[in-house]
Design a protein around this ligand. Structure first.
Ligand SMILES: Cc1cc2nc3c(=O)[nH]c(=O)nc-3n(C[C@H](O)[C@H](O)[C@H](O)COP(=O)(O)OP(=O)(O)OC[C@H]3O[C@@H](n4cnc5c(N)ncnc54)[C@H](O)[C@@H]3O)c2cc1C
Length: 450
């Protein structure tokens, strides 16, 4: 059979798209979800078992439904969990919320839309001569679709230097495979590369698992995410200058942040303007932003729940965790340890430390396509082109994937972080849910009722 829509992925983007399709698709249509992960909807972010892994977005903004903004708070309240607008729930609970809402929708749904789940990795996608797309799956089977929505998330960034991983699991290249934690001895010295949200997650998970050793954190700037305010703030949209010169834009934002009672109101006021601001930049300006302002942006924009920041600060103050700003030069393994050499930021001194384990938390934003055989095969077949700045794949302003020649392809869409080149702010729930709704609605409207 030929499905009307195939959704590929099993994280938040996939469940948000599927929920919207179930609400929007006309009678008699069919949907297949192809995902390689058992917990549909949880993806990388919401499958954690650690209660201290909190959401970094307040409950009031985490509903999966654009038209029911308080739905997640309602779910929390129904279960006796703190449900204030600025509560930061656990990410595990958020995974349960998604599962519950999806299950309820399946129970209530009209029986006239067919939904099939196929647990498999999609490995190849080709265009079919008379329209539509055909997928090959790792299981050896294949399936055909009139429309496709790629919800693949982002791969993990590569380590910043090469190494020979001949010492088993002492270099953890992908920390999201959480089983690495079970190999850690309590007194191990650990180095974490990268100082963002992923690093914080891993530090907290280590402590939770009884790790007592020292943790060295190394990143180019040594910047750690700030905390959300402990009270709800009212965002204040900043006055942006006419120019799109990055230095002038940043200067204006910094000045307004300095004058505000709390700089967060300016960052939060910028949020609704971010996508259009990004789209008004040319490629050179975007590239300058990524080179000069990305680290600054990340720590101010993607903030920590206050209790999480407090825990991390306690570890810093106790000397358990130390954060270094510097450039990794080399990483060598000897019999028992991994020796890292780095040049301190702003100097020429080379420092080194020897640790038992290194964990790569250098992030996701610019992980490219090479983690995904599916995306690579689509690139080879001319079905997509990588974004020139390394921010996923090129899509148009309605999320249709552009082919190798830059033309938007009817019926082929991407949702989530893969589309950051077009939208920039498209990695968190409040942005993805809007995109998921728009894409589902567009596909549903394109189908002639039977
Ligand atoms: C640790 C962490 C915490 C976060 N916390 C928050 C938060 O508090 N609030 C917030 O708004 N956002 C948060 N985010 C942002 C988060 O990225 C989004 O909320 C959302 O989870 C992204 O979902 P996704 O489906 O796009 O990607 P992913 O979660 O990465 O899911 C993609 C899925 O697709 C599957 N897949 C990939 N390729 C294939 C293939 N070829 N075939 C089949 N399946 C495939 C993968 O296995 C994976 O399960 C967090 C992100 C992380 C990593």
């Amino acid at each position: 059979m030929v499905y009307d829509v195939v959704v590929v992925g099993s994280g938040f983007s996939a469940i948000a798209v599927t929920i919207n399709l179930l609400r929007e698709m006309p009678a008699g249509t069919s949907i297949a979800v192809v995902g390689d992960d058992a917990g549909f909807g949880r993806g990388t972010a919401y499958r954690t078992e650690f209660h201290l892994h909190r959401l970094n977005v307040a409950a009031a903004r985490m509903s999966v439904f654009c038209d029911l903004p308080d739905d997640f708070r309602q779910w929390l309240g129904d279960r006796g969990r703190p449900a204030e607008a600025n509560a930061f729930a656990s990410r595990g609970d958020y995974g349960l919320y998604l599962r519950d809402r999806f299950a309820a929708l399946l129970r209530e749904r009209r029986q006239d839309v067919r939904l099939d789940f196929i647990r498999a990795k999609a490995t190849r996608c080709m265009r079919v001569v008379d329209g539509g797309y055909s997928f090959e799956l790792a299981t050896g089977s294949s399936l055909d679709a009139s429309a496709v929505i790629l919800c693949l998330g982002l791969g993990n960034a590569d380590l910043p230097v090469s190494h020979q991983n001949d010492a088993g699991d002492r270099i953890v290249e992908n920390p999201w495979r959480l089983n690495w934690l079970s190999h850690v001895e309590p007194e191990e010295d650990i180095c974490i590369l990268g100082s963002g949200l992923t690093m914080i997650d891993q530090v907290l998970a280590l402590r939770e698992r009884g790790h007592k050793g020292r943790i060295q954190v190394l990143s180019r700037r040594g910047l750690v995410p700030h905390s959300h305010a402990t009270v709800g703030l009212t965002p204040s949209p900043p006055q942006l200058p006419e120019t799109r010169a990055i230095s002038k834009l940043l200067h204006a934002l910094r000045a307004q942040a300095r004058d505000a009672a709390d700089w967060r109101v300016v960052m939060d006021g910028l949020r609704p303007l971010t996508q259009s601001l990004w789209q008004s930049l040319n490629e050179e300006q975007r590239s300058r932003f990524l080179r000069h302002a990305l680290a600054w942006w990340n720590v101010h924009r993607h903030r920590l729940a206050p209790p999480v920041r407090q825990r991390f600060e306690a570890l810093l103050n106790a000397g358990t965790v130390a954060v270094h700003a510097g450039y990794l030069q080399s990483m060598e393994q000897n019999d028992k340890r991994v020796v890292l050499r780095f040049r301190k930021r702003g100097g020429s001194d080379i420092k080194e430390f020897a640790v038992d384990r290194v964990v790569n938390c250098t992030g996701m934003e610019r992980a490219g396509l090479k983690h995904s055989p599916l995306l690579l095969s689509m690139q080879e077949g001319g079905l997509l082109r990588p974004d020139r700045l390394g921010l996923g794949i090129v899509v148009d302003n309605v999320s249709q994937v552009c082919d190798g020649g830059g033309r938007a392809q009817q019926g082929l869409y991407a949702v989530g972080g893969l589309t950051a080149g077009q939208f920039w702010e498209i990695t968190a729930v409040p942005d993805i849910r809007v995109q998921a709704h728009a894409v589902a609605e567009r596909i549903a409207k394109s189908i002639d009722p039977v």
